[in-house]
Design a protein around this ligand. Structure first.
Ligand SMILES: [Mn+2]
Length: 459
């Protein structure tokens, strides 16, 4: 669904929902949010709002792996009252499944989401107890213009302006979802960011961008930057990086953020890359957690490993030893995997697709993230779709992570990853799905061989 930008209409719907939420004087509110950095940021914004409003609340995390029907079965109570409300944040806009459930309930439902709406359901058909706020319907791009946490922050701030103090959470959501330096923000993300900078609630800095390792020394920065991934440095040995830096007379122990302008210039010239931009510091935090991008990345990693650790990290001023070790291990693996991938030549390539068969070279549990970051870093021809994977023992199938770059999407609006996956499933079977930029599929070995032959028909 591609619509013309309609700011007035979107803000009208947002304000309407805000008025309804304030007028109803609910007694109990349940927030359901997504298990990633953006979702957890939404959760804390809503919790702060409800606390300020002296409302009782509960929260649940939804990882979108079960159907809404099964998930909500465990949450919806037999006793229904219109004094209760649900707020769904960043959990997708699966109205086809949700509306039949909501229609039969007395509670009010507020859905705040920035994911693209797949089902073509008319807003006029919505039940009266549903308030559906999704800027993508009004032409906004959920990845570029408005994070889930940005939308949630806008909603909460209209109800209690003092929520601005929790605005840093929106920046965590933006950093976690957009994977871009802060000079590239647009639209509502940019609007709220500028206000938070003006209010000195966050600090905006300009410098060398080595995301993933902004809190580290320049030696570790080069070695473990995942955005950009620096070919020839990323995942390489200590000795190689140290001798490079010593040769150009930069102390390997200098912190990335303490490099002088002259040192940054020298480094970029000698290492042949360009990576200047803006990053955010959170004044009330220290160490790794002071860096918005790294804080968000840590939340995204912990969400898969240990959701309670992720939730507690929001409230902590400095990182725990446990979280630090998980973070280091993740970054170390990712940098090494990206290195492996960047020195491999494609195993099979067509006009429109690249296949990388990485079994034995990259552990299967890392396939998805390696594929994602290789797409974000454009380690491959960005005019092609990447299929990364190989045989998976436990399912006896070929498991593929499928990615394209944002540049690819700009040029090929009609065939994002999700569309390619549904065409493959229709012709060759298999299980899988995804969104525009990323997805995955499991296929039988014969189907996989056919896929390689016929891939350009599906793209
Ligand atoms: Mn999100």
């Amino acid at each position: 669904m591609v619509n013309k930008l309609d700011k007035t209409k979107f803000l009208g719907v947002l304000n309407g929902a805000v008025d309804q939420f304030m007028d109803h004087s609910f007694t109990h509110v349940i927030n359901i949010s997504h298990n990633d950095a953006d979702g957890i940021s939404c959760l804390y914004i809503i919790q702060n709002l409800l606390y300020k409003m002296h409302l009782n609340y509960d929260y649940f995390i939804y990882n979108r792996s079960v159907s809404w029907e099964n998930y909500l079965k465990g949450i919806l109570s037999n006793r229904q009252t219109d004094k209760n409300a649900f707020i769904f944040t960043d959990v997708g806009s699966n109205l086809k499944d949700l509306i039949p459930i909501i229609k039969n309930r007395k509670e009010f439902f507020f859905i705040l989401d920035h994911h693209e709406v797949e089902d073509d359901l008319h807003i006029d058909d919505h039940p009266e107890n549903l308030f559906f706020i999704n800027p993508s319907i009004y032409g906004y791009d959920g990845l570029e213009h408005i994070a889930g946490a940005t939308l949630t922050y806008m909603f909460a701030r209209k109800i209690r302006p003092s929520i601005i103090k929790q605005g840093w959470l929106a920046v965590i959501g933006i950093a976690g979802d957009s994977l871009k330096s802060m000079d590239k923000l647009q639209s509502f993300n940019l609007e709220i960011y500028e206000e938070l900078v003006d209010e000195e609630l966050i600090l905006d800095k300009e410098g060398l961008i080595l995301f993933g390792s902004m809190h580290e020394s320049i030696k570790k920065g080069l070695q473990y930057s995942i955005l950009p991934f620096l070919k020839g440095f990323g995942g390489e040995s200590d000795q190689k990086i140290n001798s490079f830096l010593n040769n150009i007379t930069i102390n390997p122990k200098t912190k990335v953020i303490d490099l002088s302008n002259a040192e940054i210039k020298l480094l970029q010239n000698e290492a042949k890359f360009e990576s200047l931009g803006h990053y955010t510091l959170l004044p009330h935090k220290s160490g790794l957690l002071k860096f918005a991008f790294e804080h968000a990345l840590l939340l995204n990693i912990l969400c898969f490993k240990n959701i309670s650790a992720a939730l507690s990290m929001i409230q902590l001023k400095s990182i725990t030893r446990y979280a630090k070790s998980i973070y280091s291990e993740y970054i170390d693996n990712l940098a090494k995997n990206l290195r492996t991938l960047s020195i491999e030549t494609p195993h099979y390539e067509t006009e429109k697709a690249i296949f990388m068969e990485v079994k034995g070279k990259i552990p299967p549990s890392n396939w998805s993230d390696t594929a994602s970051f290789s797409a974000v870093n454009e380690l491959f021809d960005s005019n092609k779709i990447l299929f990364l994977g190989g045989p998976e023992k436990k399912s006896g199938t070929i498991k593929l992570s499928i990615r394209c770059s944002r540049n690819y999407l700009k040029k090929n609006k009609a065939s994002g990853v999700n569309i390619v996956i549904s065409r493959i499933k229709k012709e060759l079977g298999g299980v899988g799905g995804g969104h525009k930029l990323a997805g995955g599929i499991r296929l039988s070995k014969p189907s996989y061989n056919l896929l390689k032959k016929r891939i350009d028909e599906f793209i």
